[in-house]
Design a protein around this ligand. Sequence first.
Ligand code: GLC
Length: 558
Amino acid sequence: MLKASDLKWWQKTIAYEVYPKSFLDTKGQGTGTIAGIASKLDYLRSLGVGAIWITPCYKSPMVDNGYDIEDYYAIDESFGTMEDMDALINEGNEKGVRVVMDLVFNHTSDQCPWFVESRASRDNPKADWYIWRDAKPDGSAPTNWRSIFGGSAWEWCKERQQYYLHTFAKQQPDVNWECPELRRALFDVANFWADKGVGGFRIDAITYIKKPAVFEDGPADGEDGLYPVHAATANTPGILDFLHEFKAAVCDGRDIFTVGEANGVSADELDVWVGENGVFDLLFEFSHTHVPMGDAELWCRPATWTLTDLKRALSASQASTATNGWYPAFFENHDQPRSTVNFFPAGTPVKPASKALGTVLLMQRGTPFVMQGEELGYGNAEWSSPDEFDDVQTKGQYEFALSEGDTPEQALAACRRFSRDNARTPMQWDASAYAGFSTAKPWLPVHEGYAEENVEAETADPASTLSWYRKLAALRLSRDELLAGDYAELMAESEQVYAYRRQGEKSAAVVLANLSNEAATYDAALVEGMELLAGSHGETELGALRPLEAVVFGTGEA
Ligand code: GLC
């Protein structure tokens, strides 16, 4: 059994995702800056945060808000300069908030000089750096794969008279990892950033880097006649060889951690991906976010599900990292809707829901990842028309829903429910205009509830979601069993309560969260000999939970 003293720094901290375009604007331009992040390090420390994953802030045409990188060695002007970034990394290291950079290594922007060169001819030095294929004899695309953002995954290039593959938007051509020079170029990028003293890397869309040996059509699953590129290419055998090479070239011998984004890897495969023999320290797999969204990730065809489905997914991930590797716990990120909407039936009161789910998150075994704004406890924004969305995927999902025969109202409802823009609205600092995020009109509308749900107001309110997060963060970081102890699910059959026990070497805690909007009961023997360490509703009656109440009990010594 592990003890807190056995853990590495990134295992005994809380990680926080910063979406830089929406965090804090110090330039009065309506989009966030690196200097804005640096000015909030003390705020992050107050939440127990020791690592911030910053989504891409490199030079980019911003078709996918930075996930289309033009220059891996430059900061996009809108965010500031390389000096600003160096200052953030250094100041963060001094204050104990280490910067985690996002490495987008499955694709670049179509404006990246590598691609500009590659597309120019079939025999230039970078001709093989991307995935080029001839047309079918009738001139159509090489396969019927649908890109993740909708439409064909192939785009025609006049100069080469060939198609290139794009798993995501057509402005995001996939690079060719089979080409050793390309791999070397990517590893150089990672080493450049590691040498600056970052605390780690989040590695984007990593399951797509290995393509199958043979490219062939798949059975259409929509009216558009296309087959999901995900089904054709995700997690292709041989992928781990590339990643072992990455690990040896970049990570070994450094005090950093890596977290791969691995849609398509299931919990039972984790042992070859993380830990002793793995390639990363942590892996974001999506078995639990797929519970409401469905594996196909078609927003107009969501899954029907119950709480036990969600709990089973989370416990399976826990089981797969119980003795090997480490789990990155999360409910939100910049690709997900707000969790208070995603994991609860419509009409559930948002504030208590956010505290109950936040309890589940912050008490899990692993390193919790909090998405900016999640700690303030609000729901999705109120989008009234499809034109209000900025996100490239939302536009694709809207079009897809229409092509499947949905009405415009139904298509909009699906986007309101699942749009990635829900997590990307500006951070809410105070009740002033634009929530204190900027003095100029922000690039996305500020969430309607910002006058109450903001950092300033919630700091002053002991019953707020933010105060609850701070309390639980401090609790987590002070108790051995919450940091390092084992995880065992309790009441697995309950459709109301998510409960688990954290067992440490000398201490234990029991977490009970009523995720339903009705009163629930539990067997008081589960917490016998323990005291209440934290209660979302204040004092609590043993054996009973009010709607959406969450409690943490623990042994006296920790
Ligand atoms: C990842 C990112 C997402 C992005 C996509 C393409 O899934 O998290 O935001 O759109 O990769 O880079």
